[in-house]
Design a protein around this ligand. Structure first.
Ligand code: SF4
Ligand code: FES
Length: 247
């Protein structure tokens, strides 16, 4: 392969198209770079930092780093994996992620990426934030305890649904997801279970009602194959959405 329009990812030449990010080109080539806030259907956001890579000696987010000839990208050295694991450990202690009791366990991208990064413990002290559950909508519940502020629902609602149901308020550790409705409750918004925003959450924060635990633990998306093979949970949520419509 000519080195024109290629960069190196862990020593392997990856072809890219004009306008690609490192993430775009890598995923198209079948090379997995762990990510949570990235979804190729939406504008890159660069907030979770889980896609951290080393690009020619500097730390970058692969989902926002433009692909370019001459880049030498390290996605899997011990240092990069350790930094990624630390970022994941922070995400776990910032919220209340009680995996054994979560409907999304086994099909949660945060859990799957943490396994991929070799995370075995939370490592940091839990914040145990006080967060609510909003079950006011007839078809969808939101458990804010599990929100990782990836803004995928925000972007889906803005860019696809044209509704702007979700937004992020506050700064730093005070950042939190809010619902744009008179009461602040989802049931008081124009959100619908058929919205794109209902099917993009990588964790168990936005959950459909009426079908809890319909897929047994042990038979879920990441129970059988790792996230590096299966890919994003949102793509499979879309498949499930299609199945629902077929029913
Ligand atoms: Fe991301 Fe889900 Fe939180 Fe929305 S509710 S910001 S999709 S984690
Ligand atoms: Fe790149 Fe979140 S996936 S910063």
């Amino acid at each position: 392969m000519s080195d024109k329009n290629t960069f190196l990812l862990d020593g392997v030449a990856i072809a890219f198209n004009a306008g690609d990010t490192v993430m775009d080109a890598a995923l198209r080539a079948g090379a997995y770079i762990p990510h949570l806030c990235h979804n190729p259907e939406f504008t890159p956001h660069g907030s979770c930092r889980v896609c951290i890579v080393d690009v020619n000696g500097r730390r970058r987010s692969a989902c926002t780093q433009p692909a370019a000839t001459g880049l030498n990208v390290d996605n899997s050295s011990d240092d990069i994996v350790a930094e990624r694991r630390s970022l994941l450990q922070m995400l776990f202690v910032e919220g209340n992620h009680v995996c054994p009791g979560c409907e999304k366990s086994g099909a949660c991208q945060l859990q799957a990426v943490a396994y991929h990064a070799g995370m075995l413990s939370p490592r940091f002290t839990h914040f145990f934030p006080q967060r609510a559950v909003d079950a006011s909508h007839p078809d969808t519940a939101i458990d804010f305890n599990r929100c990782i502020l990836c803004e995928l629902c925000v972007r889906a609602s803005n860019e696809i649904d044209n509704k702007q149901v979700f937004t992020i308020s506050g700064r730093g550790i005070g950042s939190h997801l809010v619902i744009n409705s008179p009461s602040g409750k989802l049931g008081d918004s124009n959100f619908a279970a058929t919205d794109k925003a209902a099917h993009v959450c990588p964790v168990g924060a936005i959950l459909p009602k009426h079908r809890g635990y319909d897929q047994p633990i042990g038979e879920r998306l990441y129970d059988k194959q790792p996230v590096s093979i299966v890919g994003d949970v949102a793509a499979h949520e879309n498949d499930a959405q299609g199945d629902d419509h077929d029913r």
